[in-house]
Every structure is written in structure tokens, then in C-alpha cells.
Design a protein around this ligand. Structure first.
Ligand code: SAH
Length: 326
């Protein structure tokens, strides 16, 4: 069988998420610190107020994993913004039946969807952490005779000629095309521009578009060959935030950021929230909470490799964390 890389990646990841507990292989921000989901819940409440407090409002999440982020967000909202809690309906977009069951344990009152197309119409607030990086990408390589595209056959790349307007790049250069992420963001942006709301994406990828290959595989907690065992490794690629911002603006939404995760979470009050949680804990647990928050925000850890991008209805004011961005 021969498949284009994006087809291979889509099939491999669908099999991976359907059959395994991905959190044995890697961890994510909501699994590291409960304050992450809590400050994102507060973010959603502030955005809801800036929308004029619509009721009902859809609170959606893409790729909710274990459901931890949404559970933490809802708990924080119930305490700090009970009117928002009363107005919102939780909708989760998740492909894996196994992860849906896991999410239902933590967020029992949710409704599930296979894609964003079936989310109910109307005002929407959407969260997505480490979702876009799992979507399939294409890879093109500049060869002496022109551009070729990577296909996968028997666990290795084969190249086929392709027409591509890639400008003047050195021979051997690899270009990644995240069409699935771009199409999803464009569709969401068109909906937000039409019906109101905002979507927040936090993901792995540089602030500015960078050439080069970023496809990686994690298998049993270690870097692995991305092509060797489809379905047994988590395949991800860097998110091209700049390209997504362009796609959102082309669809008449406003794009805010990207802003590196560290300053973004600091502006949302991650450390104040963590200090409050730590105060009621014994010293070892308090130190662990503070260490977890630092892991998410420090620049040489997750604070700079991860970025936050918001796409929103053009009339909304700067969402929390993006006040200094444009
Ligand atoms: N947001 C979670 C999980 C990240 S892992 C966290 O931060 O912990 C990626 C998640 O996206 C998983 O829940 C996976 O099943 C889901 N996913 C990946 N590709 C998908 C697709 N094409 N459609 C729907 N869900 C998808």
C-alpha cells in the first residue's frame, strides 16, 4: 500500500487514539496542573461577558483527552461565574470512543461530536489544547529537478513529483503543509464571524512560520520512527500559527496572537491561582503545585515552545491574555 503522508498520519493517529491510553506515552498541560484548566475556565467566563452574556452558549472543546481540562474549567466556573455555568452547554469533539468514555466520567453532562460541523448553531466559546498538532500534514521536499511529495510505502518515504510554488529554497529543504488544521480553523473562523464567539488554541509550534520538518512520533514514552508502526505511536507536527491566523482573517474573523504560553498563562493569573491552591496544602504538595505551574510557563520548558492563538468575532475586545497582542 502506498499513501500520501497526510493519509498515513490520519489513519495512524485514528488507530492510536482509538486503541491506547495516550497518556501513558505523553503528558499535557491539564494533566500537569489543575490550575491550567481553571484559568482557562475563567478565560471563557470573561469572553462570555464580553459577548454580552448570551444564553444558551455552547462551550466546546476539541480533542479533550481525559476530560481533565473541561472538568477543571467547569469547577472553576461554577464557583467564580455561576451565571455563565448556568448558561453554558458542554459539547466535546472527540473521535476516539475509548477517550469519549473517559471524558464522560469527568464531564457527565456533555454531548459528543465527531467534528465541528455538528456543533449546535449560535454563540460559541471553544477551547483546544494539543489538538491541532495531531492533525495530518503533508511534506514536500525541494529536489534538484523540482518539488516532490512524500508518500509512505512499507515503512519508508517514497517521493513523487508535485507542482508547488515554494519560492527559492535550498535543495533538500522540507516544507510542511497543515491543510487539515488550516481548513478546520477557516471553517471555525467563518462560523465565529457569522454567529459570534471565540476559539482558543494552545499548541506546540513556533510563533512564526519556520521551514523544516517537525513530524515526530512518541511510542512508549520515547521518540520513535514515525513510519515504522502506524497506530502504536502518537504522531504530531508543529502547528503553523501564522498560517492559521491568515486563514482565520481570510474567513473574516479576528486573530489574536500567537502569544507564547508562558506570558499568556501568567497574564491569566496561573501563579496567583497556584499560590491560592498551595496555601491550603502540606509543604511537599504545595511545592509540587508550584513546580507544575512553572513547568507550563517557564521559557526553557513549555512556556515558549507552546503558543496561544485566539480567533474571534471581529467586534469582540481583546480576550484575556491577548491585550498586548494584535
Ligand atoms: N486536549 C487533551 C488531549 C490532547 S491529545 C489534553 O490536553 O490533555 C489529542 C486529542 O485529540 C485526543 O483526545 C484525540 O483522541 C483527539 N483527536 C485527535 N485527532 C482527532 C480528530 N481528527 N478528530 C477528533 N479528535 C481527535
Amino acid at each position: 500500500m502506498i499513501e500520501r503522508l497526510d493519509q498515513f498520519m490520519a489513519r495512524a493517529n485514528a488507530a492510536y487514539y482509538a486503541s491506547r491510553d495516550p497518556f501513558q506515552d505523553f503528558t499535557t498541560s491539564p494533566e500537569i496542573a489543575q490550575a491550567f484548566g481553571e484559568v482557562l475556565g475563567a478565560w471563557a467566563a470573561v469572553v462570555w461577558e464580553s459577548m454580552g452574556c448570551p444564553a444558551p452558549v455552547v462551550l466546546a472543546e476539541l480533542g479533550p483527552g481525559r476530560g481533565t481540562l473541561m472538568a477543571d474549567a467547569l469547577r472553576a466556573v461554577a464557583k467564580a461565574a455561576p451565571r455563565f455555568r448556568g448558561a453554558l452547554q458542554v459539547h466535546l469533539v472527540e473521535a476516539s470512543p475509548r477517550l469519549r468514555a473517559e471524558q464522560a466520567r469527568r464531564v457527565p453532562d456533555a454531548q459528543w461530536h465527531g467534528g465541528i460541523e455538528t456543533l449546535p448553531p449560535g454563540p460559541l466559546i471553544l477551547l483546544a489544547n494539543e489538538f491541532l498538532d495531531a492533525l495530518p500534514i503533508r511534506q514536500l521536499v525541494r529536489r534538484a529537478g523540482g518539488w516532490v511529495e512524500r508518500f509512505v510505502e512499507d515503512g519508508r518515504f517514497v517521493e513523487r513529483p508535485v507542482s508547488h510554488d515554494g519560492g527559492d529554497v535550498p535543495e533538500g529543504a522540507v516544507v510542511e503543509l497543515g491543510e487539515a488544521a488550516r481548513d478546520l480553523v477557516a471553517a471555525l473562523a467563518a462560523r465565529l464571524a457569522r454567529e459570534g464567539g471565540a476559539a482558543l488554541f494552545l499548541d506546540y509550534g513556533p510563533e512564526r512560520s519556520a521551514p523544516g520538518e517537525s513530524l515526530q512520533a512518541i511510542r512508549a514514552g520515547r521518540y520513535a520512527d514515525a513510519l515504522a508502526a502506524p497506530g502504536e505511536a502518537d504522531l504530531t507536527a508543529h502547528v503553523d500559527f501564522a498560517a492559521l491566523a491568515v486563514a482565520a482573517r481570510d474567513a473574516r474573523a479576528r486573530a489574536w496572537g500567537p502569544v507564547p504560553q508562558g506570558p499568556f498563562l501568567a497574564r491569566l493569573g496561573l501563579f496567583q491561582r497556584t499560590d491560592r491552591l498551595a496555601r491550603s496544602q502540606p509543604p511537599a504538595r504545595a511545592a509540587a503545585l508550584i513546580e507544575a505551574a512553572r513547568r507550563l510557563a517557564e521559557p526553557d520548558r513549555m512556556g515558549r515552545l507552546f503558543n496561544a492563538l485566539c480567533i474571534a468575532h471581529p467586534a469582540l475586545p481583546a480576550p484575556p491574555g491577548f491585550e498586548a497582542a494584535c
